[in-house]
Design a binder for this molecule. Structure first.
Ligand code: UDX
Ligand code: ADP
Length: 459
């Protein structure tokens, strides 16, 4: 099976960077990324590469190299489907907000829509690759729709989960630990393998059956999230006992059986994947009546929720048990550094908690748009848009956010926060000037010498 044209449905955080790298490394293959959202496509086509809809270090250079050569962004979904030999599905699969499985199961309506559209438009055999994070056995649903609504055309469905982490997506794509391909048809698997082997060593491209591949994505994220929740649970114990969580993490991480990564205590994990995939895993386990398994993984989410509210409570208690009318500066809103993505960011929940106590918040994040911050708060529906806008302001720099603030909280570990002029910040803040470091980012000793009251998670 010779692949000459690839189409990717969905130009988001997964589809955009992944297709950019596939096009960069396979200049002989035409790659078209389509999306229903015309603004998003227009942004991908921006002349000024600093305005791409997804912020990822190194992405601009890859797009500059491939765009217009063999990489195209378009709203012509049907045309692109019709022309393609291989179609990646990279649409969003949010947690259901209604009906059965509400709050836990993945909403597959976008996936189903894609499958129906592919069936409708296709007139030649195609390989369909699921890239979105989906519950186990979704490939079977896609295949079923294609076989029953199509025109008798042959479709092969493969699962090819994405393991890139935002903020390091381009590095992860260029040098992946492994590429996983699940499927039944050897030729289809080979065709996809060939695309990756343009730059990934063959031994890192592994194939499994469909279900193993789909489940591996959920399990990989569940294990990573579990490590973060494990160390976050220990951070609370460290605060109670006088141990230091960084020292504990370093000491246990030296054990090669444990390893040193994903042991950084924080205000809580966020992102579009961890919570969604855990909820999915819990939902699947429950649907098979495996309640002990479901309870076990659910606890990882509970500790994460606890960590976020514990941080907000710490701020309130430290500031004399009231934040009513007090200004609190938030440095960072994204769920981690080097991304403009805010989905499930801990900052949203910490802010919501403090706004319930009538605090005033001033946010500065180097990459997140002002409107996104209000959308995130409005989505929680805790209070009206007007109230959110009255209580929370967005500032263009850290000094403006800190001006007149009683307290300052670090919510995202952006490197530039380390370089701020902290002596200057001290002069503009109210005294005592409290700092709450939710990322263990700053030099606490230095800040204490400057006269700040400094609190960091797990110390
Ligand atoms: C994750 C997986 O890593 C990736 O393989 C998968 O494809 C998608 O989900 P991502 O959500 O982009 O990627 O970011 P990740 O680096 O995993 O961080 C997730 C959250 O955990 C962030 O909020 C991060 O700040 C937090 N985290 C991570 C910690 O609090 N401590 C750590 O030690 C590591
Ligand atoms: P992810 O992080 O999984 O990439 P995003 O929400 O960033 O998720 O991106 C998913 C994209 O898929 C969105 O831009 C959305 O508009 C697009 N999308 C969803 N359904 C369809 C569809 N049927 N056809 C084309 N694009 C779609």
């Amino acid at each position: 099976m010779e692949i000459k044209k690839i189409t990717c449905i969905g130009a988001g955080y997964v589809g955009g960077p992944t297709m950019s790298v596939i096009a960069q490394k396979n200049p002989h293959i035409q790659v078209t990324v389509v999306d229903l959202n015309a603004q998003r496509i227009a942004d991908w086509n921006q002349e000024d590469l600093s305005l791409l809809p997804v912020y990822e270090p190194g992405l601009d250079a890859v797009v500059a190299e491939a765009r217009g050569r063999n990489l195209f962004f378009s709203t012509e979904v049907e045309k692109a489907i019709h022309e393609a030999d291989m179609i990646f599905i990279s649409v969003n699969t949010p947690t259901k907000t209604y009906g059965k499985g509400k709050g836990q199961a993945a909403d597959l309506k976008f996936i189903e829509l894609c499958a129906r559209q592919i069936a409708d438009v296709s007139e030649s055999a195609k390989i369909i690759v699921e890239k979105s994070t989906i519950p186990v056995r979704t490939a079977a649903t896609i295949k079923n729709i294609l076989d029953h609504t199509g025109k008798g055309i042959q479709f092969h469905v493969l699962s090819n989960p994405e393991f890139l982490a935002e903020g390091t997506a381009i590095a992860d794509l260029h040098n992946p630990d492994r590429i996983l391909i699940g499927g039944e048809d050897a030729d289809a698997i080979q065709a996809l393998k060939k695309i990756y082997e343009a730059w990934v060593p063959a031994e890192r491209v592994i194939s499994t059956n469909l279900w193993s591949s789909e489940l591996s994505k959920l399990v990989a994220n569940a294990f990573l999230a579990q490590r973060v929740s494990s160390i976050n649970s220990i951070s609370e114990l460290c605060e109670a006992t006088g141990a230091n969580v960084d020292e504990v993490a370093h000491a246990i991480g030296q054990d090669s059986r444990i390893g040193s990564k994903f042991l950084k205590a924080s205000v809580g994990f966020g992102g579009s994947c961890f919570q969604k995939d855990l909820l999915n895993l819990v939902y699947i386990a429950r649907s098979y009546n495996l309640h002990a398994v479901a309870d076990y993984w659910e606890q990882v989410i509970k500790i994460n929720d606890h960590q976020k509210s514990r941080f907000a409570e710490k701020i309130i208690q430290t500031m004399y048990n009231t934040v009513n009318g007090k200004k609190i500066a938030f440095l960072g809103w994204a769920f981690k550094k080097n991304t403009n993505d805010t989905r499930e960011s801990a900052a949203i929940y910490v802010a919501d908690h403090l706004l319930e106590e009538q605090a005033n918040i001033a946010v500065f994040d180097p990459k997140v748009r002002e409107e996104q911050i209000y959308e995130d708060l409005d989505y929680l529906a805790t209070r009206s848009n007007d109230e959110n806008r009255a209580l929370l302001q967005v500032q263009d720099d850290a000094y403006a956010a800190a001006d007149g603030a009683h307290g300052l909280a670090i919510l995202t570990e952006w490197d530039e926060f380390k370089e701020l002029d902290w002596a200057k910040i001290k002069t503009v803040m109210k005294k005592p000037a409290f700092i709450f470091d939710g990322r263990k980012l700053l030099d606490g000793k230095k800040l204490q010498e400057l006269g700040f009251v400094y609190y960091a998670i797990g110390e």
